[in-house]
Ligand binder design. Sequence first.
Ligand code: SF4
Ligand code: SF4
Length: 187
Amino acid sequence: MWIAIGSLTVMGIVLGGLLGVASRFLAVEENPLEEELKAMLPGSQCGQCGYVGCAQYAAALAKGEAGITLCAPGGKALIETLSKKLGVEADLSEHEEKGPEHAFIVEDLCIGCTRCIRECSTDAIMGANKLMHTIIVDACHGCSKCVKVCPTDAIIMVPIEVTLRNWHWPKPEIENTHSNPEVGHAH
Ligand code: SF4
Ligand code: SF4
């Protein structure tokens, strides 16, 4: 019995040592710029940029392989932030700022092919083969990927209705307190 315990202890020490060495030499170095860019992105993982998720888009941005206007949920504010961070000019003249949207299925056009269900990464579509499908609005993050795969154009994107549950104050403008002596003297 003592031999078995001894062997297991030695094996544990050797394997632990090997794992420690491996983690040191095989560790993947993180790119600080990539991490910073990832933190700037909305994190909705919607894939509208053409990458699998926000981390992959951030990696491509850090390598200079992706444009800075690809993130639809981030909108104009994100484009401007990325432009400053990466020192890249962005043409915003054609940029159309849209509010949040969700998918909507026009029931009469749905043939129940289930293609949209397979495309949705958030399980926001309910339905079955040859039956009408419908969108669970609360689970839809508006990536519009389902729109592209529907063979009958049954899916459209519609603005999210503003209610007391989702309304919020607009973000305040940042004022330059150094150039405006009136600011910052409230009593
Ligand atoms: S329902 Fe469509 S728009 Fe909504 S998350 Fe799923 S794939 Fe995206
Ligand atoms: S892809 Fe279009 S037709 Fe097919 S199930 Fe979805 S909504 Fe219906």
